[in-house]
Design a protein around this ligand. Structure first.
Ligand code: AMP
Length: 400
C-alpha cells in the first residue's frame, strides 16, 4: 500500500483533536487540540517539531478552528497530505468498515444520529467543515462501532421484544472498536502469532472503559452496548445497573428521565463511588492516604472489570493473552494487579516487577512465567484511523 500523510480529526461538541499521521513514522508531525469552541475562551494548542504552541481563537466554531489549522497542516505535510480521516462514534449497522465520505455516507451518518445524539452531530460538523476547507482531498469516516459488527447475533441482541430491534435498531453495538482492533493487531505482532489464528481479551481503560473478546482479528463480544454507558464502571459512568433503577428513582424520588440519565453518565462511576474524583491518578493517591471512598471506588472498578473479562472469555476458543490499554490500562500497576487477583481461574498471574515497570509509555509482557500472556500496549487510535483511511482511499483508487 502506498504510504503518505493523513490528517486525523476527532470532533467533539466543543473540541477538535487532530494529528498528522505518517504510518511510516512513529511520531506525529503535528498534533493538537482546539477546545472550548464557540466560547470567548476558544483556544488552539498544537505541537510540531518538538515545540508546543497555543493561540487564542475567541468564538471560533469548528470551521473557523479548522481554517486556523489549515496553514499548519500545509506547512507540516506539504505535498504529502493524501487525505483526511474522521473519527465517527456511531455507524449503526450500516458501516462494517471505514467508508469514503460521499453524500450517501453523510446521509447514513445523519440517520444514525438518534443512536448517538451527543457525538454524531459533532462528528458531522467536523466533516462538513473539513469538506468545505479541503474540497480536493479524499475524506474517510472511521467508526468506533464498525469493528464490532462481527459480533454474532446471540452477543448483540438484547432479550427484548424483536420489534425494538427490527424497527428501532435497539441492539448492542459496542464502541472503542478502533482501539481494541489496534491493540489486538499489535498483540499478535508482538507475540509472533498470526492475527488470523489468535484469541485475545482486551481492556480499554480510559475515561470510558470497555472490554472486548477478539478471535482471529474479529470482535466477538464487547461490554458496551446500545450506548457507551453499558458494561464497566468508568470515570463518571455507572456501567451496568438494574434497568429498573429508572422506574425506582422516578417513583421514589420523582426524578425525571434527564436527571437519571445525567446521574448515570456524569455523576457515577469512580466519581460517584469515591465522592472525590473521576481521575484514577487522584484516586490512587487518596487511597494511599487511607481515603475510604477512593479505596472502595478502585475495588469496585477492578472487580467489575475482572467479572467482565471472565464473561468475555465465553466468546473465546482459547486465551492467547489479555491486553491492557488506555490511560489507566497503560499506567496503573495497581488496577492491573487488583484485577488479576480476581482472575486466577483463567491462569492469569502478574510478575510484580514487570507490572510496576509498565507505566508512562513502557509497554510489554507482564505475566508471571508459566502463566497466560498479559500485555500492556499503548493504544494509538490516530494511527489506526490513518491506516484505515489510507486503505479506504487506496481501495477506491485501485483499477477494476
Ligand atoms: P484516557 O481517557 O485514555 O486518557 O485515560 C484517562 C485515565 O487514565 C484517567 O483516569 C487518568 O487518571 C488515568 N491515568 C493516566 N495516567 C495514570 C497513571 N500514571 N496512573 C494511574 N492512572 C492514570
Amino acid at each position: 500500500m502506498p504510504s503518505g500523510t493523513i490528517l486525523v480529526i476527532n470532533c467533539g461538541s466543543s473540541s477538535i483533536k487532530f494529528a498528522l499521521v505518517n504510518p511510516d513514522a512513529q511520531a506525529f508531525a503535528l498534533s493538537g487540540l482546539a477546545e472550548r469552541l464557540g466560547s470567548p475562551d476558544a483556544v488552539l494548542h498544537w505541537q510540531a517539531a518538538g515545540q508546543k504552541h497555543t493561540r487564542a481563537i475567541a468564538t471560533a466554531d469548528h470551521r473557523a478552528a479548522l481554517a486556523q489549522l489549515l496553514p499548519l497542516v500545509q506547512q507540516a505535510a506539504g505535498e504529502q497530505l493524501l487525505g483526511i480521516g474522521h473519527r465517527v462514534v456511531h455507524g449503526g449497522e450500516h458501516f462494517t468498515s471505514a467508508s469514503l465520505i460521499n453524500p450517501q455516507t453523510l446521509a447514513a451518518i445523519r440517520q444514525t444520529a438518534p443512536l448517538a445524539p451527543l457525538h454524531n452531530p459533532a462528528n458531522l460538523q467536523g466533516i462538513e467543515a473539513a469538506l468545505a476547507l479541503f474540497p480536493e482531498l479524499p475524506q474517510v469516516a472511521v467508526f468506533d462501532t464498525a469493528f464490532h459488527q462481527s459480533l454474532p447475533e446471540h452477543a448483540y441482541r438484547y432479550a427484548l421484544p424483536e420489534v425494538l430491534y427490527r424497527e428501532h435498531g435497539v441492539r448492542r453495538y459496542g464502541f472503542h472498536g478502533t482501539s481494541h482492533r489496534y491493540v489486538s493487531l499489535r498483540a499478535a505482532e508482538l507475540s509472533g502469532l498470526p492475527v488470523t489464528d489468535s484469541s485475545w481479551l482486551s481492556a480499554h481503560l480510559g475515561n470510558g472503559c470497555s472490554t472486548c473478546a477478539i478471535v482471529n482479528g474479529q470482535s466477538r463480544d464487547t461490554s458496551m452496548g446500545l450506548t457507551p454507558l453499558e458494561g464497566l464502571a468508568m470515570g463518571t459512568r455507572s456501567g451496568d445497573v438494574d434497568p429498573n433503577l429508572f422506574g425506582h428513582l422516578s417513583r421514589t424520588l420523582d426524578w425525571s428521565l434527564e436527571q437519571i440519565e445525567h446521574m448515570l453518565n456524569h455523576d457515577s462511576g469512580l466519581l460517584g463511588l469515591s465522592g472525590l474524583s473521576n481521575d484514577m491518578r487522584s484516586l490512587e493517591q487518596a487511597r494511599a492516604k487511607g481515603h475510604p471512598g477512593a479505596t472502595l471506588a478502585i475495588e469496585v472498578f477492578c472487580y467489575r472489570l475482572a467479572k467482565s473479562l471472565a464473561a468475555m472469555g465465553c466468546a473465546l476458543p482459547r486465551l492467547d493473552g489479555l491486553i491492557f490499554t488506555g490511560g489507566i490500562g497503560e499506567n496503573s500497576a495497581l488496577v492491573r494487579s487488583k484485577t488479576l487477583e480476581h482472575l486466577q481461574l483463567l491462569n492469569l498471574r502478574l510478575d510484580p516487577a514487570a507490572n510496576l515497570a509498565c507505566v508512562g509509555g513502557n509497554s510489554g509482557p507482564i505475566e508471571l512465567q508459566g502463566h497466560t500472556r498479559v500485555l500492556v500496549i499503548a493504544t494509538n487510535e490516530e494511527r489506526q484511523i490513518a491506516l484505515d483511511t489510507l486503505a479506504a482511499i487506496n481501495t477506491v483508487a485501485l483499477p477494476n
